[in-house]
Structure formats: C-alpha cells, structure tokens
Write a protein that binds this ligand. Structure first.
Ligand code: GRF
Length: 192
C-alpha cells in the first residue's frame, strides 16, 4: 500500500543547508514528506539556487513589496497553499511571523533553532552559550507558537562545548546535528 506524501514548503532567508538536508531526506520514496516549494524572503538567498538545482520550485516573497506584516504573511500562506502544501518548515527564516499566520498553520509549522530550548532564544546563540560557560549546547526542532522560539519540542540534539571552541566552531558542530534532526523531526510530526 502506498500513502500520499505530504506536500511541504520550506521557508529560508539564507544559505539553506537545513533546507538541503530536508530535500535530501525526502528523496527517499518512503519518506513521509515531499518538498515541493522553497520560499525565501531574501532575493539574494543562496538556498534559492540550491533548491532549483535540486529540482524544487523556489520563489522570493520580499517583505519590502508588502505594506505590512499581515499582507506579507498572507502572501506566504497563499504561495504555500497554491502549491498544495499542508506543512511548512522554517529553516533559517529570519522574519517573525504574525500570530494570525501561526494560528492558521497551527501544528503544521516547524522551526529549527540553534540552542537547547528553552535556553538561548533569539540570536547569537553560540556566543551566548560560550559566554554562559555551558558544558553542552545543541539544537531544537519545535512546533511554532506565537511567542518567538517557543512551542512543543519535537526533537533535540546535544553537542559538547569544547575548551577551545569559538562561536564558529561550536556553530559548525551544532549545524551538523541540525541537518540530522530536522528530517527526523518532520517525519515524526507526520507519523503521529
Ligand atoms: C541555522 O543554524 C538555523 O538553526 C538558524 O539559522 C541557520 C540557518 O542555516 N536559525 P541554513 O540556512 O539552514 O544553512
């Protein structure tokens, strides 16, 4: 018996390495999601070309083209729904979404954050983890709620903080784990 794979959009703002990990995982025919759309709010995002090279439709929805956040978010929803998407993965998408958008996609909107939430919400997580003297750091995939970097946790991965770490070396160790857990987390959400 074959079951329909869930059409999925990935929203990015930058290089899109997490997006690429999701596209790669979804190549397996038994993976429960199919990545059919990539949306970037940044026209220059490197991930756009990566997506197209992988054969995935990619478009830009530029915040500057919309009068307010609600209109921008409505365009995001429209693009995802026009592509038949039932779930959205935020992967380095650097804009805060309106509560209306989050509610519309309730439990169908995932985010990856480079810290062990609830620690270190927001930006510069690696430098902050080092400054705090953490022995462990990591990353979290969670369902999105209106308040930034909150919501039910789906998957976390820990990495050790090493004595000679810089924010860059720590970020690289965490990013490798992000690539591993985001596909696991998306599959977990779809199987439950
Ligand atoms: C990742 O560390 C993600 O967790 C963070 O931004 C980075 C995006 O990297 N929010 P990429 O665009 O997936 O390469």
């Amino acid at each position: 018996m074959t079951t329909a794979r869930i059409r999925t959009a990935v929203f990015i703002s930058g290089g899109g390495s997490n997006m690429a990990a999701l596209i790669e995982a979804a190549r397996a025919p038994e993976y429960p999601a199919e990545i059919v759309l990539v949306v970037s709010d940044e026209p220059g995002a490197g991930g756009l070309e990566k997506a197209r090279t992988a054969g995935v439709e990619a478009c830009v929805i530029d915040r500057r083209a919309y009068p307010d956040r609600a209109a921008f978010d409505a365009a995001l929803t429209q693009a995802a729904e026009d592509a038949g998407c039932e779930i959205i993965c935020l992967a380095g998408f650097m804009r805060l979404l309106t509560p209306g958008f989050v509610e519309h996609w309730q439990d169908r909107l995932l985010n990856i954050h480079p810290s062990l939430l609830p620690k270190f919400k927001g930006l510069n997580t690696h430098a902050r983890a080092l400054a705090a003297g953490e022995a462990e750091h990591g990353c979290t995939v969670h369902l999105v709620r209106a308040e930034m970097d909150t919501g039910p946790i789906i998957e976390q991965a820990k990495v050790p903080v090493l004595a000679d770490d810089t924010p860059e070396t720590l970020a690289a160790r965490v990013l490798a784990e992000e690539h591993r857990i985001y596909p696991l987390a998306l599959a977990r959400v779809l199987f439950r």
